[in-house]
Design a protein around this ligand. Sequence first.
Ligand SMILES: Cc1cc2nc3c(=O)[nH]c(=O)nc-3n(C[C@H](O)[C@H](O)[C@H](O)COP(=O)(O)O)c2cc1C
Length: 211
Amino acid sequence: MSVDNPSNKLPIEPPINADPILRFHADRQLARDAGDPMAHVCVLATVDAEGCPQARTLVLRNVELNDTQALAIFINASSPKWAEFANSSTVSIQTYWPSIEIQYRMQVDTTPLDAEIVAQSWQFRPDAPKKMDWLYQQHAQSTVIGDRSALLGELEQLTTPEPLIAPDAAKGLLIQPVEIERLDLTQSNGVHDRTLYKFVEGNWVSSVLVP
Ligand SMILES: Cc1cc2nc3c(=O)[nH]c(=O)nc-3n(C[C@H](O)[C@H](O)[C@H](O)COP(=O)(O)O)c2cc1C
């Protein structure tokens, strides 16, 4: 994002603190540089059909879209969480990086990622998750199966297409934050720094929250 500068017509980049998505990427890079094992994951919270909250860890990926970095998650449509996206237009994502002591909480809208991008990205998955994505056609993810040896036996017997491609149920969702809260625990006086950003009419509007 850039802002016109009428005085000399050169675009001025807004301060990174004004754009919570840039800020998120910059903070996440710091966490990655610090070798933080949490830097590549998030916790996704949804609400199930009974109204119960459900939270689970997912890999939070960067995808390049129209020359900008966007966030995406990859899941299988057989899983309960897929239906939970249909129940609510907005879900919640949370990250915490102990290496830099920063938490983000986001309310996000999701839209399906282009199937071609999913198919290409799917090819980089390790063998076992690839096979599991095909097994989910017979045994939906998160359903009960007799025991572990039954699971491994089914995987052994599984026939998969040659060459191995992504099944239709392998999905990607683009994450579009509408509200982002950043909590920074690193202040020297011990008073945490907490900022809420809301996306209002095309702009991010920030407020300071009592931490
Ligand atoms: C570090 C880590 C990364 C994970 N990444 C993913 C992921 O990218 N996609 C996914 O569907 N599940 C991932 N999982 C598994 C989920 O946490 C969860 O167990 C699974 O998706 C079933 O969730 P559900 O029953 O709520 O649908 C990951 C788990 C861990 C611990």
